[in-house]
Design a protein around this ligand. Structure first.
Ligand code: 2PG
Ligand code: MG
Length: 419
């Protein structure tokens, strides 16, 4: 299972700019291909995404430098290495890079090699990728409990124009149904939501992730009402089969120590912001919340955590924790969160991602494995990862090919496990 060749090139991501695809071939002839996504509301503590900065092509967003790093710098080190020894491979690339955030080689370059190698090894071992991850890291996961869908229904913030300050309002499946059934129920609600928005004269155009992005929305609270109507119109009961999750992506409206709510034309201190959310937790069937405060507002996350604990709501860190064991440990020590969002490209190797998931599990914290808003590809490794580490949910948009590819992979895994 020795790595024989590495090829890297640009492919298009859903945002219309390039991203990186890597093809790893083993000396046994097995091939593994992987591509990596990028975020739009990326946290400042994430692994770097190396872009060319050459303004004569792709507005500087090309990835030829990252591709060259794979072929010229990473390849000489990893060629000949055993693709099934994923930890050794990832550690070799981390050492070669030598920076805390993979700025030298690019987190995109390193992750693409990491995932393509995992795929090649899984192919050589004749295992599905999720099983290969389970076996490689001894995750000890129970495959009778697959992740459930957390489906973005309304998106705003940086993912759309002139809509909510909060970035995402999601539906999630509540009753213990199969993931496939949950996907169906939620998408039925999504289609009803389109009718609800239309009926009140709001646009049903979609944002980056395929969720509705109505402009001139009345308030940041209004989506809860629209989504409640949609659940009822689909024949379900809010809080019974379907609940809500929100991702504020609060970094994006945090400036000079205050939270700027453009829609309501108000500015809040951190304690005021927590009170603002409290009203929603009391009035809507909110099951989970993410990044309600900014990525370094450490003093107030524990206050928010007490509130979400009181309401039995899962509090997810995303930009706060960036799939990084050190930031996760800090959040655990501060009692700042009860769950963590997992994005492979926030940290940049499969090994570090799984280590982060295992640390979360050790502390009885749920993981939610997520797509990226900026540019996604049809690569579905995030779903296999979610299955392999026992994530509670996968967070992905409802429509567009690069999003439904993830749900189709989840459905395929469920089908295969039941056969
Ligand atoms: C998030 C993500 C995914 P982005 O904040 O959770 O929806 O957005 O990839 O733009 O950071
Ligand atoms: Mg987020």
């Amino acid at each position: 299972m020795k790595i024989a060749t590495l090829i890297a090139h640009e492919i298009l991501a859903s945002g219309g700019y390039p991203t990186l695809e890597v093809v790893v071939t083993l000396d046994s002839g097995e091939v593994g291909t992987a591509s990596v996504p990028y975020g739009i509301s990326a946290g400042s503590h994430e692994a770097s995404v190396l872009i060319d900065g050459d303004q004569t092509r792709w507005h500087g967003q090309g990835m030829l430098k990252a591709a060259a790093n794979v072929m010229e710098k990473i390849a000489p080190v990893v060629m000949g290495m055993d693709a099934s020894d994923q930890r050794a491979l990832d550690e070799a690339m981390i050492e070669l890079d030598g920076t805390p955030n993979k700025a030298k080689l690019g987190g995109n370059a390193i992750l693409a090699v990491s995932l393509a190698s995992a795929r090649a090894a899984a192919a050589a071992l004749k295992k599905p990728l999720y099983q290969h991850i389970i076996d490689t890291y001894n995750t000890g996961v129970d495959l009778s409990e697959l992740p459930h869908p957390m489906i973005v229904a309304i998106e705003g913030g940086k993912h759309a124009d002139n809509t909510t300050d909060l970035q995402e309002y999601c539906f999630l499946g509540l009753e213990p149904k199969s993931p496939t059934e949950s996907v169906r129920i939620i998408l039925e609600c999504y289609h009803e939501l389109k009718k609800v928005l239309k009926s009140i004269g709001l646009s049903t155009n979609v944002g980056n992730e395929g969720a509705f992005a109505p402009s001139n929305i009345a308030s940041n609270e209004a989506p809860f009402r629209y989504m409640t109507h949609a659940i009822e119109a689909a024949g379900y009961t809010p809080g019974k089969e379907v609940g809500f999750s929100i991702d504020a992506a609060a970094n994006e409206f945090y400036k000079n120590g205050e939270y700027h709510m453009r829609v309501e034309n108000k500015k809040f201190s951190s304690p005021q912001m927590v009170r603002y959310y409290e009203y929603w937790l009391e009035n809507y069937p909110i099951v989970s919340v993410e990044d309600l405060l900014s990525e370094d507002d450490w003093d107030h996350w524990p206050i928010l955590k007490k509130l979400t604990d009181k309401h039995k709501v899962m509090l997810i860190g995303d930009d706060l924790t960036v799939t990084n064991v050190e930031r996760l440990q800090k959040a655990i020590d501060a009692d700042a969160i009860s769950a963590i969002l997992i994005k492979l490209n926030q940290i940049g190797t499969l090994t570090e991602t799984v280590d982060c998931c295992l640390l979360a599990r050790k502390h009885n914290m749920a993981t939610v494995t997520s797509h990226r808003g900026g540019g996604e590809t049809n690569d579905t490794a995030m779903v296999d990862l979610a299955v392999a580490v026992g994530s509670a949910y996968i967070k992905v948009g409802p429509t567009r090919g690069e999003r439904v590819a993830k749900y189709n992979r989840l459905i395929e895994i469920e089908r295969e496990l039941n056969d």
